[in-house]
Design a protein around this ligand. Structure first.
Ligand SMILES: [Zn+2]
Length: 256
């Protein structure tokens, strides 16, 4: 009798272990709702052109991003479309850099329109469309909702403020904010790349390039503006400077 009881207890324990091992585990973190995938298909050309395997990977990267970065509206309602646009702008530049994470970024603030450098929405200097925080706001990025939507809906403009801001974070990751992402570009190429940025700035100043004049501000802005075109209109960058185009492909690990 005791032996039968022992066998039953052992059997019960085995069944219990099997149930625990095979029980489907609840996924932790943000799970992308299906209608987000529809928005990606409709508005994000980069995503639309990926194969099925890469689309799956893009979604995993988005889920990870939404799990670690909070998106908050400041006097603006953040809709799912805005979330998809912000997530896409974060993932597109680093999609082929497989283990990339925006480690310092904690929150994206969404303002309705432009704002000035003091992050105020009123006043006379409402000319800033996007910004990565410094000092006390180190972990914060600010985007204008109007500009965010405008960039993705008019994707042929070659401009994209949200991608521009995420490229700034890529640039900053090596500890220096200088227009050259040293952790992604082999050291031997750094001087040539920096010289090419200076050359491009000069061409724009002299009216020999149609690229946005804002790129002449400094090498940091030149790199970010150049990357906007690279991700939105790569053919234009290739035509503008085949050498810079090849460097950008190396930096962002873009496949053939
Ligand atoms: Zn900038």
């Amino acid at each position: 009798m005791i032996t039968v009881l022992k066998i039953l207890v052992v059997l019960f324990l085995i069944v219990l272990v099997i149930i625990m091992v095979f029980k489907p585990r609840k996924k932790e973190g943000f799970v992308l709702p299906d209608h987000f995938k529809d928005l990606l298909e409709d508005y994000i050309a980069f995503y639309r052109h990926l194969d099925e395997q890469n689309k799956k990977h893009f979604i995993e990267r988005l889920e990870k991003f939404f799990t670690s970065v909070k998106i908050t509206g400041v006097n603006a309602e953040v809709e799912d479309m805005d979330r998809v646009f912000i997530g896409a702008a974060a993932i597109i530049p680093v999609f082929y850099i497989r283990d990339w994470e925006y480690v310092h970024l904690k929150e994206v603030l969404v303002y309705p329109g432009n704002f000035n450098h003091d992050f105020e929405q009123r006043g006379t200097e409402r000319d800033v469309l996007g910004m990565v925080g410094t000092g006390a706001l180190q972990n914060v990025m600010i985007l204008s909702k109007w500009e965010l939507r405008h960039s993705f809906i008019n994707e042929h403009s070659g401009r994209n403020t949200a991608i521009h801001e995420f490229v700034h974070l890529v640039d900053k990751m090596d500890g220096t904010f200088d227009g050259v992402p040293e952790i992604l570009l082999e050291r031997k190429h750094v001087p040539r790349f920096a010289a090419l940025l200076q050359e491009l700035m000069q061409r724009i100043r002299e009216g020999r390039s149609a690229m946005d004049f804002y790129a002449t501000t400094n090498p940091v802005e030149c790199f970010a503006v150049l990357c906007e075109y690279f991700f939105m209109q790569p053919a234009y960058v290739q035509q503008e400077s085949p050498e810079l185009y090849q460097y950008l492909r190396q930096i962002f690990r873009t496949p053939d």
